[in-house]
Design a protein around this ligand. Structure first.
Ligand code: FAD
Ligand code: UDP
Length: 397
């Protein structure tokens, strides 16, 4: 049966719990099975349940909801992000309004320093970066622009090397980008799409914010609490610690948010994903570093950045918790690797995905896109709108 052919029905207050193993022919039935309880899966589950009255089972193979945005209190009672710093920012009023149904916010504008030449300087590169690094007194935007223009090497922009060298020249590129990118991706910037380093702008003013989006804020009680509110609906059943491969239920529609190549048994070969190791530590000092994130572009350190979480959350404590990020080739898939050959391989999987009307592929791993959280929410809301157009209105919404 197709999702479009689903019968609208009265929704029981509490859907039946799904036992792990079921006698043949007695597998529980749901209107929708959502694989993955991150942003992509949780938004779709919430919309299908609350917007269309569907009975939804959400599974995640991890022991928790919230996907990579998962935060929790560590042994020292400090709220940390298990999978590295997640800073919410968006220009989409729709996405911000949607998430605001499930959380209040703590205003927070992200600032990052880079550790170079025994100094901590703002990144993105701005006028302060140039003055501090070179002992200059570039006093206005025109002076900073002239300084950069004298070094910039105009060229056709195809790769992540081109983007930076064309804007700031070879020396600043090597200081801030080459080493960091080689560590982060295991590739030279010349081997990566321009979109990767284009995420980081160059500025001639003294704005030292990492993002300039209209909405910048952290969920007041954390991401996990926000996801709990999203998934707290009588039509939604959540099972963590359950892999799709072991999930024995029937569903009219499946929303898959894991790696798309995994769904199709890697039949065209594995899509490359970059992994990270997060080393979490607590220190007996109230403050470890001046800002939430310090980047380490030098090839001399194995990690790319250190995050101190109290800056993000505003939590007060005499102790503080930090994490180092050490890029890895193996491990949980965190980043799709944007380069033409990977995109070509993804397109082959996307063609298989497009041929399955009863499965929606949504999110960073399932659509192989280097998306921020707000982009995933936007993609999930758009997917819901398309699905909702196929579903007849439910009797209980
Ligand atoms: P995920 O959060 O990865 O959720 C997918 C879920 O599916 C996972 O929980 C996984 O366990 C589950 N799953 C996969 N396969 C299966 C299976 N077979 N069976 C059951 N479950 C399965 N974005 C920002 O906007 N701001 C930031 O500051 C930011 N910082 C980031 C820092 C790091 C280190 C990383 C890695 C990402 C960062 N992001 C940031 C991006 C953000 O994490 C993603 O945009 C967002 O989490 C993607 O949501 P998703 O639902 O697509 O994927
Ligand atoms: N980057 C860099 N040096 C920096 C910051 C970023 O070379 O100090 C490059 C690197 O390739 C990184 C990309 O720019 O992967 C995008 O940076 P961003 O901070 O957006 O990465 P994310 O937060 O997604 O890991």
């Amino acid at each position: 049966r197709t999702f479009a052919g689903m019968k609208a029905r009265m929704v029981p207050k509490r859907p039946p719990a799904a036992p792990a193993i079921h006698p043949a022919g007695r597998r529980p039935h749901y209107d929708a099975l959502v694989v993955g309880a991150g942003f992509a899966g949780s938004v779709l589950a919430e919309r299908l349940a609350a917007g269309s009255g569907k009975r939804v089972l959400v599974i995640d193979k991890r022991p928790h909801i919230a996907g990579n945005a998962f935060d929790h209190h560590d042994a020292a009672g400090i709220m940390v992000h298990r999978y590295g710093p997640h800073i919410f920012h968006t220009n989409s009023d729709e996405v911000f309004a949607y998430l605001s149904r499930f959380t209040r916010w703590r205003p927070y504008e992200h600032r990052v320093l880079a550790s170079v030449a025994d100094k901590l300087v703002p990144i993105p590169i701005n006028r302060t970066t140039l003055n501090t690094l070179y002992g200059l007194d570039l006093h206005d935007e025109a002076a900073a622009a002239a300084f950069l223009a004298a070094r910039a090497e105009p060229r056709e922009i195809r790769t992540s090397e081109d983007v930076v060298v064309a804007a700031v020249g070879q020396e600043l590129y090597e200081t801030f980008f080459r080493g960091y990118t080689r560590k982060q991706w295991g590739l030279d910037p010349s081997e990566l799409d321009k979109a990767v380093t284009a995420r980081v702008p160059t500025r001639t003013d003294t704005d030292d914010r990492y993002f300039t989006d209209r909405h910048q804020a952290m969920p007041l009680h954390g991401y996990t609490a926000m996801f709990e509110a999203m998934l707290d609906h009588p039509n939604i059943t959540v099972q963590t610690g359950v892999d799709f491969a072991d999930c024995d239920v029937r569903a009219d529609h499946t929303v898959f948010t894991g790696p798309v190549d995994e769904y199709f048994g890697h039949r065209f070969g594995p899509l490359p994903y970059r992994s990270l190791e997060f080393r979490h530590e607590t220190h007996d000092v109230a403050r470890y570093q001046p800002v939430a994130v310090v980047n380490y572009p030098s090839p001399d350190t194995p990690f790319t950045r250190i995050t101190e979480y109290k800056h993000l959350t505003g939590q007060q404590s005499p102790r503080t918790s930090i994490s180092h990020e050490i890029p890895r080739g193996e491990g949980d898939p965190y980043y799709p690797v944007p380069r033409p050959e990977n995109q070509a391989l993804y397109r082959r999987y996307a063609a298989l995905a497009d041929a399955l009307p009863d499965v929606s592929f949504v999110g960073r791993l399932a659509t192989y896109r280097y998306y921020n959280m707000d982009q995933v929410v936007g993609q999930a809301l758009a997917t819901y709108r398309r699905l909702a157009a196929r579903i007849e209105p439910a009797s209980v919404a």
